[in-house]
Design a protein around this ligand. Sequence first.
Ligand SMILES: Nc1ncnc2c1ncn2[C@@H]1O[C@H](COP(=O)(O)OP(=O)(O)O)[C@@H](O)[C@H]1O
Ligand SMILES: [Mg+2]
Length: 234
Amino acid sequence: MIVLQDITKTFNEGADNEYTAIHGVDLKIDADRVTVLRGPSGSGKTTLLTLIGGLARPSSGRIHVNGREVTSLPERFLTHMRREVFGFVFQSFNLIHGLSVLENVMIPAYPLGGPGRELNARAVELLETLRIAHKAGTEVQYLSGGEAQRVAIARALINDPPILVADEPTANLDTALSLEFLDIVRELRGRGKTVVMTSHDPMIWQADLVDAVVAMRDGRIVDSGVDPGGEGTA
Ligand SMILES: Nc1ncnc2c1ncn2[C@@H]1O[C@H](COP(=O)(O)OP(=O)(O)O)[C@@H](O)[C@H]1O
Ligand SMILES: [Mg+2]
């Protein structure tokens, strides 16, 4: 379970361009479930997701991940947590140019020092699931947006993390690939993983496998309901 208590995030604190993107958010995200954050552009979805994943620290408030208070952890513990507990699919986490698809997928596994051959096999398997294995040897700068997105998803899953956080994971995918992504999420859910993603794609937040849809607006949660598909306003 991930618990957010009175979370605020202010950018450029004290400067002329100070901006508070998250205003006192309280939220409980169930483990072993799929949660979608939705809301208009600029409502704070990505910011909240980076705080949940420990990629940035809140300006105030507390976050507990599986019973552990993480907001006050020293940087090295946060690094450890990012590596072991979370898999990330973020647009801003660019793939590394000059390296192949396969190499990019394996990068998060290197610090954990697993055996090379098994790691290689796991990476290929993930690429097969995502139907991108035929590009394993291609340098990532030559991929289309949708292909790069699938590589990013494979990379996020390489360490088999208990929690997957994904920011607009289907933004570059067509309908068929979006459905395949949802199949992967369904499979992860079936294996007891926690998935938290942002999306303004109704196909995502209306999907039957989604357990909770949290609606945001202007840095606040306006609906933390658990019954998606109901009202259906974007
Ligand atoms: N690093 C930053 N510095 C200043 N403002 C930011 C930064 N990141 C996001 N913001 C602002 O915070 C608000 C929420 O952004 P974001 O979380 O990206 O929204 P969403 O993902 O819902 O579109 C926006 O107004 C955005 O401009
Ligand atoms: Mg965003």
